[in-house]
Design a binder for this molecule. Structure first.
Ligand code: PLP
Length: 435
């Protein structure tokens, strides 16, 4: 955020005058009794409707029997329905379906279980469970920031210390990642949302992915938690290209180092989709041996329904093109609104991603919390301040996550205008506090 902005040269009287003007505008919005929600990345109704045919499609007995002979209506099939595994293999570019395990409705659940398993039983055969590590050996995680609040919540719940890593437009600060991962055996993992990161919408560059693949971790049980939640969620025709980390790791036989998570939550139904883990056969073998104690098998009927509905990579792309038509105007409306309200002011910076579900708005230091509270009083709900950082502590109190998918274009336009007044008012108030 640049130091110089429209208010930099204002004296106390000018600030007071500006505060009055902004308060009037703020009260005009208040009189409108707005009820707008840009808080969480949820699909809107039109997006959910795109998958309605999945609920009414023919699902005869012939579809119940998977290609490998498994009956989707019955117990078993711990690894997931054959066709669903093929679908995710197609999407990830994995070499064979033995590297794919398909689960239930939430990839977050797979991530949570991965951490819980590592804490209680260990990451792999022979590894010390993290709960047995004491003092300076206790497990730590690297967290590119700003990042996804629910990743941080898992670590916090299990008492895993989180270390902030600066996020750049081409991915995490790899100098810092290499320094910590390659020297400190207590660093057991790093959270990554490599394509259209939550909340910035950044995609890791080829160089960053290659540097990840070249890591030489001090801990044998270090894993990269590659949460590819937005792998097919482009807002432009061709979208960003993300290098295949699994293939890169395989070149140096280091494929045990990554867990790749995905789901159809934002392809079909959020909360009613299917999720998957892509990992080395060795990792999958260990993980499935533990999951076999947790469950007899996943919901294979929903997996088969998804496989029949989405078909293959081309089918997913065609479906996501329909999402893009709905979402692109929303992201454009937010960008245009921010441009209109802030261009030439140097009061805010924001990202304008080619895909995903979010963008980041950066407001002047010490103003995010105040802005979000002011917006909440106007009826504009935003992700709580600090949420995008471990322990909910944004060191600069400057990042605001914007989720444009749920409201309509006209609601978004109104919400951004209201939010912009809140940013300015929060900043003027903060400046006056310091006089
Ligand atoms: N990972 C990221 C980065 C997300 O942004 C989200 C949801 O917003 C999820 C995972 C949740 O995915 P799922 O519904 O598969 O649990």
């Amino acid at each position: 955020m640049p130091e110089k902005n429209i208010y930099s040269s204002f004296d106390k009287n000018q600030l007071l005058e500006e505060k009055q003007k902004l308060t009037e505008k703020y009260n005009e919005f208040k009189a409108k009794n707005l009820k707008l929600n840009m808080m969480r990345g949820v699909p809107c109704k039109e997006q959910l409707d795109l998958s309605n045919d999945m609920l009414t499609m023919d699902f005869h007995e012939i579809h119940s029997i998977a290609k490998d002979g498994g009956d989707c209506r019955s117990y078993g099939g711990l690894m997931g329905t054959f066709e669903a595994r093929e679908l995710f293999r197609d999407l990830t570019g994995a070499d064979n379906i033995e590297e794919i395990m398909v689960f239930g409705n939430a990839s977050l659940n797979i991530m949570y279980d991965s951490i819980a398993r590592s804490m209680i039983l260990g990451v792999c055969e022979g590894a010390t469970p993290w709960c047995k590590l004491e003092g300076s050996k206790k497990a730590k995680f690297l967290c590119p920031v700003p990042g996804y609040d629910r990743h941080f919540a898992i670590c916090e719940l299990f008492g895993i210390e989180m270390i902030n890593i600066k996020m750049n437009p081409d991915g995490p600060d790899m100098d810092e990642v290499e320094k910590l991962v390659n020297t400190d055996p207590s660093v057991k993992g790093i959270w990554c949302v490599p394509k259209y990161s939550n909340p910035d919408g950044f995609t890791y560059s080829d160089e960053v992915v290659k540097r990840f693949a070249d890591l030489s971790p001090a801990a044998d049980d270090f894993r990269i938690y590659w949460d590819n939640a937005y792998m097919v969620h482009d807002l432009t025709e061709n979208g960003d290209n993300l290098l295949d980390i699994f293939a890169e790791l395989k070149k140096s036989k280091k494929e045990d180092m990554v867990y790749i998570f995905m789901s159809t939550s934002k392809i079909t139904f959020a909360g009613g989709g299917i999720s998957a883990l892509c990992a080395s056969e060795k990792n999958i073998k260990y993980i499935s041996s533990k999951v076999s104690i947790q469950t007899i098998g996943p919901d294979k009927i929903n997996q088969m329904r998804h496989a029949l509905f989405l078909k293959d990579k081309a089918g997913v792309k065609a479906h996501m093109d329909k999402h893009r038509e709905i979402l692109k105007p929303k992201f454009d409306a937010v960008n245009a609104g921010l441009e209109k309200n802030f261009s030439g002011t140097n009061l805010a910076g924001w990202t304008n991603p080619n895909g995903g579900y979010f963008l980041s708005l950066f407001v002047p230091e010490n103003c995010a919390k105040r802005t979000i509270n002011l917006a909440a009083d106007l009826g504009v709900a935003l992700t709580p301040a600090g949420s995008t950082y471990p322990y909910k502590k944004d060191p600069r109190d400057s990042n605001i996550r914007i989720a444009p998918t749920f409201p309509s274009v006209s609601e978004l336009t109104q919400a951004v205008d209201a939010l912009s007044v809140c940013v300015k008012l929060a900043y003027v108030k903060t400046l006056m506090d310091s006089i």
